[in-house]
Design a protein around this ligand. Structure first.
Ligand code: BGC
Length: 745
């Protein structure tokens, strides 16, 4: 071993020891501090209130809040941001008897000043480096503005596009969702908590919030433990393993018990079985909401039930601050329970270095420099173009995209063509955000010799048709039409559930009017969820699904339209044909009566008025080039539980442009003690190939990959036959093979 290698090996061996020593040091500082604290001061640490910005119903009085901070009655604030404000408010906390600094939290969901695509959009990139980078930049900007803690990532699996919050997550799949959860936690938190270019992450909303009945926000959730463990919990576990410092519980009940007072979720699973060391914050007012749920008789009862169940910090319910001291005195809550919650929060404050310097995140010169860093826009462009999904590109032969920059006339039409705010999507931070490039602006600056004309046709919601005649006239004079339609930013996100997820207003009518001109129509669609748009899907010449692509959205769209970026994104969520099919996922069960022939569905598990298949399947997304899959080999037909096999195949770029393919590995466990889905994603890789290039791609398959939770919720693989599928989408399997898992010897 060389000297350098020896030193490195020694350092690697010492790291866990150092971390352990640091833990012990913090533990003893926390213990010493807690010895000095009164019960009231301890309760204060569990009280979190909002600053002047509110993100939910509130009755708080801001002046009283400021007084409470001086008295040590507040542990954390949300919605206070910027160096000036965070410094001013931190100074109040330092006037309290024990000078315990505040934690400042904020919903930094997809960017702070620079706005990145909404999380569902970014998830379509299947690009863990880009997603991590996006979270890192958001953290860097937020931390420079005095924020210690983001309420992100939302790792709720969501299979119901009526639910407005699908926009905030990673889509429908546990495997992809887990990878993205890890990437986001790593991005927000960086290598070490306390670095001033990182913030603490929050895995939210624990748990199963995405499965609200009928897609109605805040609604009840009823679900088998099988589903919970298999589909909804894995991204949380992944976030925890990646080091997520905090968890947030959720508004919903789970099988009749509010998540906020759910012992099974917060104590049995999170804190005991998973050994989570951070703290749990309630969702906004979710402690108080246990009264209308019919689970707590009043606010005092809600406080007791929440803390006893493992919900540590109370966001905006005023339950603990008003009632917990009495509950401890009367013995309804043990001092040990209170101490455990307080210890978890103080630990994080020490870990962030706030006791050494309470203002370390609030440095004016850093705020100025970081918020103006031009590299952030470049990263926003990178991930935005990686998240644009080419849903359709012509029929056989004729492909309208990419557009030519030669002398031709491009008509840019539609209510969202020159929109800016709508490109940012929901959950952006109020205040001075980076300027947004509209789609029209992007197209104009990328058009070369092409001539660009523009007609909005209607207002953002397309509430009238008065402008259609002018739009049709503009289209008639052009060679090709780019039509920008979709949802406005405020139609998805929290409390934005919809029963009708078609295009709002008269947008379908606008499409029909333009189609009648006979010109080729390229549709660019903005949305925070899968929309239903059957006529456009059938009749448009090309469709680019742009989600809400952020500050650089217009440039990203233009790069894709003109072929400067060859689209590579794949859908992270199924697009239904109608609301009636929801919830719809590729990972469904076969049933005893599967449809094998769409023409003969009588007494099959089918609808009499629709096919079962989605409009666009999970994993779907086209490219300007073609990829050929061939030569599948599996290194063994059989495998013992301790072995692994390698599945390999050749991927070739057989088209005319360099491009990236996201290859997907799915499997089906053919017979098991609990029926298994017809397909489960178990691997993916992003492969970039030059024209004519071919590469051998491999996946390793081991017992872990074949495992699932049995009816006793025990994780493991069962001997038997597995079908392995690789392909370009969940409905586009290109190569298939078989594998037998042998029983243990
Ligand atoms: C949302 C959370 C959010 C919190 C604070 C709640 O209404 O459900 O996701 O972090 O508000 O703004």
């Amino acid at each position: 071993m060389t000297m350098k290698k020896t030193t490195l090996a020694l350092a690697a061996a010492l790291l866990p020891l150092l971390a352990h020593a640091q833990d012990a040091q913090i533990e003893s500082k926390v213990a010493a501090l807690m010895k000095q604290m009164t019960v009231a001061e301890k309760v204060g640490q569990l009280h979190q209130i909002s600053g002047r910005l509110v993100t939910g119903p509130t009755s708080s009085d801001y002046a009283a809040t400021l007084a409470d901070i001086r008295l040590g009655k507040v542990g954390s604030m949300l919605n206070v941001k910027g160096v000036a404000d965070t410094r001013a408010i931190q100074a109040l906390a330092l006037q309290s008897r024990l000078h315990i600094p505040l934690l400042f939290g904020q919903d930094v969901i997809h960017g702070y000043r620079t706005v990145f695509p909404v999380p569902l959009g970014e998830s379509a990139s299947w690009d863990m480096e880009a997603i991590e980078q996006s979270a890192h930049i958001a953290a860097r900007e937020a931390a420079a503005a005095g924020i210690h803690w983001t309420f992100a990532p939302m790792v709720d699996v969501a299979r119901d596009p009526r639910w407005g919050r699908v926009m905030e997550g990673a889509g429908e799949d546990a495997f992809l969702g887990s990878a993205i959860a890890r990437a986001r936690v790593h991005g927000f938190q960086g290598k070490q908590l306390g670095a001033t270019d990182s913030v603490m992450a929050t895995a939210k909303h624990f748990a199963a919030y995405g499965a609200a009945v009928a897609g109605r926000d805040y609604n009840a959730v009823d679900m088998s433990n099988q589903q919970l463990f298999e589909v909804y919990l894995p991204p949380f576990k992944a976030a925890l393993d990646a080091g997520a410092a905090t968890f947030m519980n959720s508004f919903n009940t789970l099988n009749g018990i509010p998540a906020t007072a759910n012992v099974f979720l917060q104590r049995d699973i999170l804190k005991n079985s998973w050994n989570f060391k951070g703290f749990v914050v309630s969702d906004w007012g979710s402690v108080r909401e246990m009264v209308p749920h019919g689970y707590a008789s009043d606010l005092a009862d809600a406080s007791v039930k929440a803390i006893n169940a493992g919900s540590d910090m109370d966001m905006e319910s005023y339950a603990h601050i008003k009632h917990l001291e009495d509950a401890v005195k009367s013995g309804k809550v043990n001092m040990k329970t209170l101490d455990d919650a307080v210890r978890r929060i103080l630990y994080k404050k020490f870990e962030l270095g706030l006791f050494d310097d309470p203002y370390r995140y609030s440095v004016a010169s850093r705020e100025k420099a970081v918020l103006a860093d031009p590299s952030h826009r470049a990263a926003a462009l990178d991930v935005a173009q990686k998240s644009l999904v080419l849903l359709k590109n012509g029929a056989a032969g004729a492909k309208p995209l990419p557009l030519s920059r030669a002398a031709q006339k491009i008509a840019v039409i539609g209510p969202l063509a020159d929109a800016r705010r709508d490109l940012e999507g929901g959950w952006v931070v109020e205040g001075d955000r980076a300027p947004v490039v509209s789609i029209l602006e992007g197209i104009r600056s990328h058009a070369g010799k092409a001539e660009v004309s523009y007609a909005p046709a209607c207002d953002n919601h397309c509430s009238g048709t008065e402008g259609f005649a002018e739009a049709v006239a503009t289209a008639s004079k052009a060679d090709v039409v780019v039509l920008a339609v979709g949802e406005t930013w405020d139609l998805s996100g929290e409390a934005k559930s919809r029963t009708d997820i078609t295009l709002p207003g008269h947008q379908e009518q606008l499409f029909a009017a333009l189609k009648a001109t006979g010109k080729p129509i390229v549709v660019v669609m903005l949305a925070g969820r899968p929309l239903v748009f059957n006529t456009i899907a059938e009749q448009a010449d090309a469709i680019v699904y742009a989600w809400f692509p952020g500050s650089e959205g217009g440039n990203a769209v233009a790069n894709v339209l003109f072929g400067d970026y060859n689209p590579s994104a794949k859908l992270p969520i199924t697009f239904p044909r109608s609301v009636g099919q929801i919830p719809l996922s590729y990972a469904q069960y076969n049933t005893g009566r599967p449809v094998t022939d769409e023409k003969n569905v009588v007494y099959k598990s089918a609808y009499i008025d629709s096919v079962n298949t989605p409009r666009y399947a999970f994993g779907h997304g086209l490219s300007y080039t073609d990829f050929k899959y061939s030569g599948l080999t599996i290194s063994g037909k059989e495998m013992s539980p301790s072995q692994q096999v390698t599945l390999s195949f050749d991927l070739a770029n057989t088209g005319k442009a360099e491009g990236t393919e996201i290859v997907q590995l799915y499997l089906r466990d053919m017979v098991a003690s609990v029926v298994r889905p017809v397909k489960e994603l178990k691997g993916f890789q992003k492969i970039h190939l030059q024209v004519g290039e071919q590469r051998r791609v491999s996946f390793t398959i081991d017992r872990e990959l074949l495992s699932f939770f049995n009816s006793q919720l025990v994780w493991g693989a069962e001997a038997g036959d597995f079908k392995l599928m690789v392909g370009s989408a969940s409905d586009d399997s290109r190569l298939e093979g078989a594998l037998k898992l042998l029983p243990p010897k």
